[in-house]
Design a binder for this molecule. Structure first.
Ligand code: NI
Ligand code: MN
Length: 227
C-alpha cells in the first residue's frame, strides 16, 4: 500500500512503511502550502526541473535529512555543487533504487534556476516510478505530447499526476487528452491555483472525464490518499 499526500502545486509526498519520497518540494515560496520544509522527512527528493516552484526547498530538505536528490544530470550537478547528495539520471534512463524503479520521461518545458542571472539546468523531465507495486507517473511541467500514449501503453499506470493550470503547462483541455493517452486508473490534477495566472477549476477537469475509465481524484492541499 502506498500513501500519497498532496502538499500543493506539484509537490507530493509518497511513502510506504519503509520509504519516504517527495516530488518537487515547493513549500516556503508557496502561498498555499501548509507544511514548512523543516517538517519534511524524506529519503529521496525527485526534481522535475530547476524552476523555483519545483526545485523549491529541495536542497535544504536534502541537507537536513541527508536525503538523495534524483534529478536530470545538469540539475543533479547543480544540487551537488550546493552540497547535496544527488543521483543524476537522464531522459529514457531508468535505475532500480532500494524503494523501486525510476524512469525519466520527456517533458516539454524549460529548466533553469532563475535569479538575477539565469543558470540553465538542462532538460526538464517527468517520472515513472514503480513504488510499493504501483506505477506512478508524475508529469512535471509539460505541454501535451503524443508520446504520453507510449508512456501509458508501456507502464500500465495506476496513478498519473498531471498539470492542468494552463499558461505554463497543459490546461484542462489538453490534460483531458493526456488522460486519454495515458489511460491511468486514477488521475490527480496538479499545478493550478498557486498563482493568479494558473487559477483553474479542477471540477471542470473531473466533469470532462466523467465518462472516462480513469477516475479523477481532486486532492485538497494536505489531503492523503492511499492506493
Ligand atoms: Ni516550470
Ligand atoms: Mn511550474
Amino acid at each position: 500500500m502506498a500513501k500519497l499526500t498532496y502538499l500543493g502545486h506539484s509537490c507530493f509526498n509518497l511513502e510506504d512503511d519503509k520509504h519516504k519520497l517527495i516530488f518537487d518540494p515547493f513549500l516556503s515560496g508557496n502561498p498555499l502550502a501548509q507544511m514548512s520544509p523543516e517538517d519534511i522527512k524524506a529519503d529521496y527528493i525527485l526534481l522535475t526541473h530547476g524552476h523555483g516552484d519545483h526545485l523549491g526547498d529541495g536542497i535544504a530538505i536534502a541537507l537536513k535529512n541527508n536525503a538523495t536528490i534524483i534529478a536530470p544530470f545538469e540539475l543533479a550537478v547543480y544540487c551537488q555543487n550546493k552540497g547535496a547528495k544527488a543521483h543524476p539520471m537522464h531522459i529514457g534512463g531508468s535505475f532500480k533504487f532500494e524503494f523501486g524503479k525510476v524512469k525519466l520521461t520527456i517533458a516539454h518545458h524549460g529548466s533553469a534556476v532563475v535569479d538575477k542571472v539565469i543558470e540553465y539546468t538542462g532538460n526538464p523531465c517527468g517520472y515513472v516510478v514503480n513504488f510499493a507495486g504501483k506505477n506512478i507517473y508524475h508529469a512535471g511541467d509539460t505541454g501535451l505530447f503524443m508520446d504520453m500514449e507510449l508512456i501509458g501503453e508501456m507502464n500500465n499506470l495506476d496513478l498519473a499526476l498531471i498539470p492542468i493550470g494552463d499558461n505554463f503547462t497543459m490546461g484542462v483541455n489538453d490534460a483531458v487528452k493526456a488522460v486519454d493517452f495515458l489511460k491511468p486508473k486514477i488521475v490527480i490534477p496538479m499545478h493550478f491555483d498557486t498563482f493568479e495566472v494558473i487559477k483553474q477549476e479542477p471540477k471542470e477537469f473531473k466533469e470532462r472525464l466523467k465518462r472516462s475509465k480513469t477516475k479523477v481524484k481532486i486532492l485538497k492541499i494536505g489531503e492523503e490518499f492511499s492506493f
